[in-house]
Design a protein around this ligand. Structure first.
Ligand SMILES: Nc1nc2c(c(=O)[nH]1)N[C@H]1C(S)=C(S)[C@@H](COP(=O)(O)OP(=O)(O)OC[C@H]3O[C@@H](n4cnc5c(=O)[nH]c(N)nc54)[C@H](O)[C@@H]3O)O[C@H]1N2
Ligand SMILES: Nc1nc2c(c(=O)[nH]1)N[C@H]1C(S)=C(S)[C@@H](COP(=O)(O)OP(=O)(O)OC[C@H]3O[C@@H](n4cnc5c(=O)[nH]c(N)nc54)[C@H](O)[C@@H]3O)O[C@H]1N2
Ligand SMILES: [Mo]
Length: 681
């Protein structure tokens, strides 16, 4: 008999889908979207539709393993959980005795964005006194940029987009990365809304737009400033809103005065008449919804770009209108408890290391160097920039590396101990979303595969062996999960706790017109001028700050004339799904997309094997020529696994570990490269 259960996909995606699985004899026999969930609306992305491929994959890690080959070789023997845990704890204790606890580094990110899956390890490593990991690789610049303009908690509701008359999807390939947005856009368009897509290449979302504006990577702040100039010149700004809720309008007016349509064209590549037209279109329409993606934040100037675009709805007061405003990410932090996120007062203080800079951390850091690393929910050998250093670091013979994983990856290849992890089908959690407002309690649909265990169980087993008796390490899922959301606060806003415990999606409250109540900026207002930003040495009012590896001519650009954008691929999720049966087939092969003129200038043809390179490294790809990409730009949809590329050299060989201007994020679409015919292997 088939039984149907609802669980929540906890992969790193704004949609956090409610998944309906059919289970027979403890095996998944069908997968579909939950029709009752207001955002999932009964359908799933292609990747999760085929999730049985992943759960029952021959690549699944089913038992604990110990390395028998050389580092990087990925050869292991099966051991028991007790042997594995004993060895891990013995090595951690020896490391602490010899080098101090800061020589241990936990390394994790968004493999599992359930509250326990993502944050459940923090307390264990805080308690040890291990180095703290600064997890800013993805949202660092996004958070910092939007905070600088309007503080925390200001975001429009995705469901309100149906009331919009103008929609700007900006630096977000929603068809690939946020597919549940598309039906909402369709509804709005059926009522006459116009869709504008602003991106660096004509991606799947751009192909659906009424108007596609193609910008040079890293130049969007100039476009937004040009729009603001047009809005103010046309008198389309809302002085009532500006007077009551914002600070620094006069400085902004001056700041954008130089961004004439002609100058914006020179910077962005967008025709001057389109710049002026978009400014007028946006200025005249209060029901204008901006879905701001993260693509444009992954540049050296990413924080400033987010900050600048975030000013638009405050200039026109669109925030106050149905169908108007801006959504970049759904802030839900104020509804979480800090139970798992914050060290206890008695935990030893420790240094903080930025996850983006793992290559340097493993190859250069001293006093103490990192001697033991515990990886979970992340695949650093594939996703972290400046990959040649990352691989050199992971290959160090004196580094004790533990990887808790669902599948054998490029990172497990370097591990001393591999531990088997459950998938979201096999463990409990509470999952919130960064693209919508629903939270849901997810209970395992099937028993763990093989000997796999959830993160939480393993952390507690390590804590017990380390002799940590703090109550937090005794919690079970049933006692822990209800403590993760702030029950008192949530129910005071009308959150239905019983429905939540029953496993149904429950809408998190939103702050109503938070600009009226005082924001978390220094002034409590929306800040067109930000003293805090100025103190950091950045322009206090929004400005376009050129990239070091951008479109402007300089000595580096003369050697590496192409701006590389490593946009997310539709059938991968970062590196996840890179080894399933269908995803790599659907992505065909690791491609580098170039405009035909750039290919011709290098005497290259469609299908040629090419070498993309810069001073950091090289990667071998197959050339695709297309007018979807503008001259001067190269696009490699990502992240293919390094092991699937020649020399085990993934696309992140080319990306930089330098941090963004604000929030110390990753710069994944901000690298200059050159391309040539690949020499024979
Ligand atoms: N299928 C799939 N879904 C995913 C992911 C995935 O890898 N695959 N990743 C997940 C994760 S972790 C995240 S954070 C989200 C991210 O999802 P999004 O918010 O959509 O952001 P990105 O996908 O990083 O970038 C999307 C677009 O930004 C464009 N872009 C790059 N630089 C610029 C620029 O300077 N200006 C403009 N206007 N556009 C630019 C790229 O060309 C790309 O089309 O998606 C999640 N969902
Ligand atoms: N070139 C380039 N690089 C990028 C990006 C890009 O756009 N271009 N995007 C960047 C972004 S936005 C992000 S967020 C990072 C993401 O980087 P990561 O967070 O490292 O994401 P994934 O590559 O998906 O790897 C997650 C791993 O976690 C494992 N996992 C899943 N669930 C669990 C679990 O419950 N327990 C354990 N122990 N493991 C689990 C999965 O099997 C998978 O191997 O990558 C960044 N890297
Ligand atoms: Mo991300």
């Amino acid at each position: 008999m088939i039984e149907y259960r609802n669980i929540v996909c906890s992969h790193d995606c704004p949609d956090s889908c409610s998944v309906r699985v059919g289970v027979e004899d403890d095996r998944i026999v069908s997968i579909g979207g939950d029709p009752q969930h207001p955002i999932t609306r009964g359908f799933l992305c292609g990747k999760v539709n085929r999730y049985t491929e992943r759960v029952y994959s021959p690549q699944r890690v089913r038992y604990p393993q110990r390395r028998v080959g050389a580092k990087g070789e990925g050869r292991f023997e099966r051991i028991s959980w007790d042997e594995a845990l004993d060895e891990i704890v013995a090595r951690f204790q020896a490391t602490i005795a010899q080098h101090g606890a800061e020589a241990i580094l936990p390394y994790s990110y968004g493999g599992n964005i359930g509250l326990v899956g993502m944050y459940g390890g923090h307390r264990l490593f805080f308690r040890m006194g291990a180095s703290h990991l600064k997890r800013t690789i993805c949202t660092g610049s996004v958070n910092a940029g939007s905070r600088a303009t309007h503080g925390d908690g200001v975001a429009s509701d995705i469901e309100d987009i149906v009331n919009a008359r103008l929609i700007l999807v900006w630096g977000c390939n929603a068809v690939a990365t946020h597919v549940h947005l598309m039906p909402f856009i369709k509804q709005a368009r059926a009522k006459g809304a116009k869709l504008v897509v602003i991106d660096t290449y004509r991606n799947a979302t751009a192909r659906q737009a009424d108007l596609f504006l193609q910008v040079r990577p890293g130049t969007d702040a100039a476009l937004a400033l040009g729009m603001m100039r047009e809005i103010i010149a046309g008198g389309h700004h809302d002085m009532g809103f500006i007077d009551r809720f914002t600070l620094g309008f006069e400085q902004l007016r001056e700041g954008c005065a130089d961004y004439t349509p002609q100058r914006v064209q020179e910077i962005t590549g967008v025709p001057a008449e389109d710049v002026a037209m978009l400014g007028r279109l946006y200025g005249k329409e209060r029901r204008a919804f901006i879905r701001l993606g993260m693509g444009l934040s992954r540049h050296g100037n990413g924080g400033m770009t987010i900050r600048t675009i975030s000013c638009l709805p405050s200039l026109t007061g669109a925030w106050e209108h149905s169908g108007g405003g801006l959504l970049n990410y759904t802030p839900d932090d104020h509804w979480h408890t800090l139970l798992l996120k914050q060290p206890a007062p008695t935990d030893p203080p420790a240094r903080e290391l930025n996850m983006v800079q793992l290559g340097d951390i493993l190859t250069r850091l001293d006093d103490p160097p990192i001697k033991a690393m515990y990886v979970y929910g992340s695949n650093p050998a594939a996703v972290v920039p400046d990959q040649s250093k990352v691989h050199a670091g992971l290959a160090r013979e004196d580094l004790f590396l533990v990887v808790h994983e669902q599948t054998f990856t490029d990172t497990t290849d370097f591990a001393d101990i591999v531990l088997p992890a459950t998938t979201f089908m096999e463990h409990d959690d509470v999952v919130t979303a960064y693209g919508h407002l629903y939270a849901q309690y997810s209970r395992a649909a099937i028993p763990p595969l093989g000997e796999s265990r959830p993160n939480w169980d393993v952390f507690n087993a390590i804590a017990a062996r380390m002799g940590f008796t703090d109550p937090i390490f005794q919690e079970t899922y049933d006692t822990l999960l209800p403590q993760l959301l702030n029950r008192e606060l949530l129910t005071s806003y009308g959150f239905d706790w019983e429905t939540f415990l029953a496993g149904k999606p429950v809408r998190m409250p939103t702050l109503v017109r938070p600009w009226e109540q005082g924001l978390t900026t220094d002034s409590g207002k929306i800040e067109f001028f930000s003293q805090r930003t100025a103190k950091r040495g950045l322009p206090g009012v929004p400005a376009f700050v050129p990239l070091a590896e951008g479109h402007e001519d300089n000595a580096l650009k003369a050697r590496y004339p192409l701006q590389l954008v490593t946009a997310p691929a539709q059938h991968f999720l970062n590196s996840t799904f890179g080894d399933t049966v269908s995803s790599p087939k659907l992505e065909r092969e690791p491609l580098l997309q170039l405009h035909p003129a750039e290919a011709a200038a290098r005497d290259l043809r469609e299908g040629d094997a090419v070498r993309a390179f810069n001073d950091r490294g090289e990667s071998y790809l197959t050339l695709r020529t297309t007018r979807d990409v503008m001259p001067g730009v190269a696009v490699a949809e990502s992240v293919w696994w390094p092991r699937h590329l020649r020399g085990r050299k993934g696309i992140n060989q080319l990306t930089t570990a330098e941090l963004t201007d604000m929030g110390s994020g990753g710069r994944f679409h901000d690298a200059l490269i050159q391309v040539e015919a690949a020499p024979p292997a």
